[in-house]
Design a protein around this ligand. Structure first.
Ligand SMILES: NC(=O)c1ccc[n+]([C@@H]2O[C@H](COP(=O)([O-])OP(=O)(O)OC[C@H]3O[C@@H](n4cnc5c(N)ncnc54)[C@H](OP(=O)(O)O)[C@@H]3O)[C@@H](O)[C@H]2O)c1
Length: 334
């Protein structure tokens, strides 16, 4: 699909632009002609590395790097001047870290999200797309709880949002991203040690960042506002993922695994859409759109019948061969 109409000539701000999402977003923006791209994040070192990586790319001339924290409203107000589109990706996203320091995630994922909304409304930014996660659905860990509230803040009627459309895009695990399990498994394989797996039955949704970003662009083009876009994705057992990865790396089938137990705040399976949300969801070919509950006709029988949730347990699981094929295609194994 072509997104020139919503990306060309636009001033784009990416909060958390130095992360995995931001890096891939820049690649996906390369075929387009945005007017400017502002990368907004806290750590100067990550910004420096990103500048080094991109300095020879034509898109670099349109980029600016700004140090700031989404917890700081004044800073966000300053950087949102003349911005047309915000991709809000900045977050604390590691489950174990946030279990230890939940209030830090409250400050970043909740207060920070509110600051993004407030600045976007004050500056009459046309579109905000916030990135969410399956862990925000029926959350059991502090990270998911804060991301669930981020969604609510993005889509609430708290502030008058006449000039700005807000959408969220929700997806599951992006395996190549920072903090994913792959670097850990790599080091274990190099040390000829078994691969640590939390639980034998654990399943997760898997998708590529490119697929996720396609839905982000789609929501920008087709979103009416106040909706959550959810990517349809394949799921897999984590044991199969580990076996597929180890086989590609070592050539050995049935590489040894070590079951270490579920970590604090982890679920066995993830849910992308709860049964309650299914009542107000529209299904399309490769995604769902969750509309706000109050817009659903609660008297219609259609909205009263129970719908099955959309989770990593009740969807198709990729086989080891399919996982190997996917990893090869994505060059996860080098
Ligand atoms: N990766 C996944 O598997 C996955 C799955 C579903 C959803 N998501 C969501 O996708 C989004 C992007 O994830 P990612 O994988 O790109 O994460 P990431 O690689 O950890 O990047 C996070 C980015 O946010 C910035 N950041 C963190 N706190 C900030 C703050 N207070 N103010 C400004 N910038 C801040 C970080 O830079 P500094 O540290 O320099 O500030 C970095 O640029 C997140 O919202 C995450 O919840 C990710």
């Amino acid at each position: 699909m072509n997104y020139s109409d919503v990306l060309n000539s636009k001033n784009i701000l990416i909060t958390g632009g130095t992360g995995s999402f931001g890096h891939q977003m820049i690649k996906e923006l390369m075929p387009y002609k945005p007017k400017s791209i502002t990368i907004f994040s806290r750590d100067e070192d990550k910004q420096h590395s990103m500048k080094m990586e991109l300095e020879k790319e034509p898109i670099f001339k349109k980029m600016q790097f700004i140090i700031g924290d989404i917890r700081d409203y004044d800073r966000l107000y300053t950087v949102t001047k003349d911005i047309d589109v915000i991709f809000h990706a900045a977050a604390l996203k590691q489950v174990p870290t946030v279990e230890s320091y939940p209030y830090e995630a409250v400050k970043t994922n909740i207060f920070g999200a509110y600051n993004v909304v407030k600045a976007a409304v004050a500056r009459k930014v046309k579109n905000v797309v916030a990135i969410s996660t399956d862990k925000a659905v029926k959350p059991v860990n502090a990270m998911g709880m804060t991301k669930a509230l981020q969604e609510k803040i993005m889509l609430s009627d708290d502030l008058t949002k006449d000039s700005t459309k807000f959408c969220c895009v929700r997806y599951g695990n992006v395996l190549g991203s920072r903090g994913s399990v792959i670097p850990l498994w790599n080091s274990k394989i190099e040390a000829k040690q078994p691969l640590p797996i939390t639980h034998k039955e654990m399943t997760r949704f898997l998708l590529t960042l490119s697929e996720a970003i396609d839905l982000v662009f789609y929501s920008l083009k087709h979103g009416k506002g106040n909706e959550i876009f959810v990517k349809k994705a394949s799921a897999a057992k984590i044991t199969d993922l580990a076996l597929a990865y180890a086989e590609l790396k070592t050539g050995k089938k049935n590489y040894p695994l070590e079951f270490i137990g579920i970590r604090a705040g982890e679920k066995i399976d993830e849910i992308l859409i709860s049964e309650e949300e299914m009542r107000c969801s529209i299904e399309r070919k490769d995604h769902f759109v969750i509309n706000q509950e109050e817009k659903v006709d609660k008297l219609s029988t259609k909205s009263l019948i129970s719908h099955e949730y959309y989770g990593s347990a009740n969807t198709k699981h990729l086989t080891i061969d399919e996982l190997k094929h996917m990893m090869k295609k994505l060059q996860w194994v080098v």
